[in-house]
Design a protein around this ligand. Structure first.
Ligand code: MEV
Length: 308
C-alpha cells in the first residue's frame, strides 16, 4: 500500500486571470488531503465502486493509469468546493500514490503535470496553479517576473511558468461561506464575459498586473501594501461576476480588522481570506456574518509519499 498526502491552498492574487496565462500567487496551507492505494480485485473508493458521475477525478486518474484493480481510500480536512484546493489536493495525492505504487517517477514536476491533466479534463479550462501549489507546497508564483524556477506547463496556447515564491510571515484567516461552488462553470462564465467584452478583457489583465505587483510587495515584506492589493483584487473579481453577496458580506465584515481581504479560488461561494494582525476579531466578525472562520498556517510541505 502507498499513502500520499497534499496540502490545500489559497490564492493570494490572480485567480481566473491565471487561466489565460496571467500572473498569480498561491500558497499552501495546513489542511491536507490523504489518499491510500493498494492492489485489489476491482476499483473501489472508500470501499464502494468508483463511478464517473460521483468521483470524476478518481475515475479519470484510474482510467488514465490503466488501473482496474485498485482500492483507493481517502481522508481530508479541506472542505470540498470551498476554493481551498480540495480537488487539486485529491488529484495530487492520488497521482503521487498511484505513481509510487506502479514504480513510476514521483518527481514533483511529473506529479504536478499528471494532476493538472486530470483537473483540465474534468473541470474544462483550468490553470496549473492549484495542482502546482498542492504538489510543491510553500508558495508559488505562476508567470512571475523572470518566470523560471520549478517547471513549465503548456496547454491550449497558454504557458505557465511555475516558480517558488517568497512568502512573508502573514496571519491569514479563511472565512468559508458554506456554499459549495464548482470551479468549471465559474471559469466558463468568466471566459464568455472576457471573450465578448473588451472591458472584461481589461479587468482580467489588470488582475494579472496586481499579482505581479503583489510579488514585488511580498519580497519587500510590505504587509500593508499586500493587504491593499488583496482588496483591490477582490473588487476586480466582483466586477467579473465571480463574487456573491455572502462573500462580499464576509469580506466587508473582516476589513475593519484587516490589512485587506478578498475571495479566494473560483468564487461563487467557497471562501474568502483576510490578512490581519487581529485574527480573533476577524474570526468573530466572520462568524457573526454567517461564515466559518479558521486561522491558516503557511510554510507547509507539498506532496508527501509513504510506502507502507
Ligand atoms: C481556482 O482555485 C482558480 C481559478 O483560477 C481556476 C484555475 O486557475 O484553474 C479560478
Amino acid at each position: 500500500m502507498v499513502t500520499a498526502s497534499a496540502p490545500g491552498k489559497f490564492i493570494l492574487f490572480g485567480e481566473h486571470a491565471v487561466v489565460y496565462g496571467k500572473t498569480a500567487v498561491a500558497v499552501a496551507m495546513d489542511r491536507r488531503f490523504a489518499c491510500s492505494v493498494a492492489y485489489s480485485d476491482e476499483n473501489t473508493l472508500n470501499g464502494k465502486p468508483v463511478s464517473f458521475e460521483k468521483h470524476p477525478y478518481i475515475y479519470h486518474m484510474l482510467q488514465k493509469h490503466g488501473m482496474d484493480n485498485t482500492a483507493v481510500d481517502t481522508v481530508s480536512d479541506i472542505p470540498a468546493g470551498s476554493g481551498l484546493g480540495s480537488s487539486a489536493a485529491l488529484s495530487v495525492s492520488f497521482s503521487a500514490a498511484i505513481r509510487a505504487l506502479k514504480g513510476m517517477s514521483t518527481e514533483e514536476k511529473d506529479i504536478a503535470e499528471d494532476a493538472f491533466d486530470t483537473e483540465y479534463s474534468v473541470q474544462g479550462r483550468a490553470s496549473p496553479a492549484d495542482t502546482s501549489t498542492c504538489t510543491h507546497g510553500s508558495g508559488i508564483s505562476i508567470n512571475g517576473p523572470g518566470n523560471g524556477g520549478l517547471w513549465s506547463i503548456s496547454r491550449n496556447g497558454n504557458v505557465w511558468h511555475i516558480a517558488d515564491a517568497y512568502v512573508p510571515e502573514m496571519t491569514i484567516v479563511v472565512g468559508h461561506t458554506g456554499i459549495h461552488a464548482a470551479t468549471g462553470p465559474l471559469v466558463e462564465r468568466v471566459r464568455k464575459f472576457r471573450d465578448k467584452n473588451g472591458f472584461a478583457y481589461d479587468i482580467v489583465n489588470e488582475i494579472g498586473d496586481i499579482a505581479l505587483h503583489g510579488i514585488d510587495l511580498m519580497r519587500k515584506n510590505d504587509i500593508t501594501g499586500i493587504g491593499e492589493l488583496m482588496t483591490k483584487n477582490h473588487k476586480l473579481l466582483s466586477i467579473l461576476g465571480v463574487s456573491c453577496s455572502e462573500l462580499n458580506k464576509l469580506v466587508n465584515a473582516a476589513l475593519p480588522y484587516s490589512y485587506g481581504a478578498k475571495l479566494t479560488g473560483a468564487g461563487g461561494g467557497g471562501s474568502m481570506i483576510a490578512l490581519t494582525d487581529e485574527p480573533d476579531k476577524v474570526c468573530e466578525a466572520i462568524s457573526k456574518h454567517g461564515g466559518t472562520p479558521f486561522v491558516v498556517k503557511t510554510a507547509q510541505p507539498g506532496v508527501v509519499i509513504k510506502n507502507i
